[in-house]
Design a protein around this ligand. Structure first.
Ligand code: A5P
Length: 230
C-alpha cells in the first residue's frame, strides 16, 4: 500500500507515457515522480514493442534506464529531442517552476531546451500560486563558490550551502549548490537573469516558459494542463 503522495506521483508519472510513440527520442528527467514514467516506459518497450531512445538527465536516471533495458542516446549525438518528461519542485499557474531539489538542474535544463515538447509530472503538493517557498537551487563552480555565496548574502537572497550527511553536496558535473530561501519570488525573469549573470554561477533552478504540459493527480483523478509555452 503506497501513501497518497506516492499514489499521486504514480498516477501522474504513468499518464505521461501516453504521449510517447514509436520512433521518438525522449528526454528522461530525474526524481521520484518521473521514476514511475521510466518504469512504465520500460513496460511498453518490453510488452508492446515500443521503440524509442532515451536521453538521460542524471547518473541516477542513466542507472535506472540501463537496469530496465531502455536504450539511451547521448545528448551530444542528437540535435533535437521529441519530448522530455520530468518532475518539478514547484509549479505556478503559468506552468513556470522550480527544479533541482535532486541536484540535476543543469542537465535537466539543457535537455528541456533541446526538446520540442516538455511535460512535467507532479503530485498535487507541487502546485503553488507563487514560486519561492521551495528553496531555489543555484549551481556554482567550486572555484567561485565563496564569492557567489557572499554576493547572494549581501543581496539578501538567504543562501544556504547544500550539504548531505554533513558534507558538501556535489552535482553530477562536480559543481556545488547554494539553495536560496526566498519565500516568494516576485519577478522570476529578473531573478533568473541576475543569478545567471554572476560569474561562477552555472545555472539556477528557475524553469520559465519551458513547459507545455503539466500532469498532476489528486484524489485518484488525473489533471492535464496545457499551455502554448515553447
Ligand atoms: C531533480 O534535480 C529535480 O529537478 C526533480 O525533477 C524534482 O526535484 C522533482 O522530484 P520529485 O519527483 O522526486 O519530487
Amino acid at each position: 500500500m503506497i501513501g497518497e503522495q506516492q499514489s499521486e506521483k504514480k498516477l501522474a508519472g504513468e499518464e505521461a507515457v501516453k504521449f510517447i510513440e514509436t520512433g521518438m527520442i525522449v528526454g528522461l528527467g530525474t526524481g521520484s515522480t518521473v521514476r514511475y514514467t521510466i518504469e512504465k516506459l520500460a513496460q511498453r518497450i518490453h510488452n508492446e514493442g515500443l521503440e524509442i531512445k532515451g536521453v538521460s538527465t542524471s547518473t541516477s536516471t542513466t542507472a535506472l534506464s540501463e537496469e530496465l533495458g531502455i536504450p539511451l542516446l547521448s545528448l551530444s549525438d542528437t540535435d533535437e529531442i521529441d519530448v522530455t518528461i520530468d518532475g518539478a519542485d514547484e509549479i505556478d499557474p503559468q506552468l513556470n517552476g522550480i527544479k533541482g531539489g535532486g541536484g540535476a538542474l543543469l542537465f535537466e535544463k539543457i535537455v528541456s531546451a533541446t526538446s520540442k515538447k516538455n511535460i512535467w509530472v507532479a503530485d498535487s503538493g507541487k502546485i503553488v500560486s507563487k514560486l519561492g517557498a521551495f528553496p531555489l537551487p543555484v549551481e556554482v563552480v567550486p572555484f567561485g563558490f565563496r564569492q557567489v555565496y557572499n554576493t547572494l548574502k549581501s543581496e539578501r537572497f538567504n543562501p544556504v550551502a547544500r550539504e548531505t550527511d554533513g558534507k558538501r553536496y556535489v552535482t553530477d558535473n562536480g559543481n556545488w549548490i547554494i539553495d536560496l530561501h526566498l519565500g516568494k519570488i516576485h519577478d522570476p525573469v529578473a531573478l533568473e537573469s541576475r543569478l545567471n549573470g554572476l560569474p561562477g554561477v552555472v545555472e539556477n533552478g528557475l524553469f520559465l516558459n519551458r513547459v507545455n504540459t503539466v500532469i498532476t493527480a489528486k484524489n485518484g483523478s488525473i489533471k492535464t494542463t496545457v499551455t502554448s509555452n515553447n
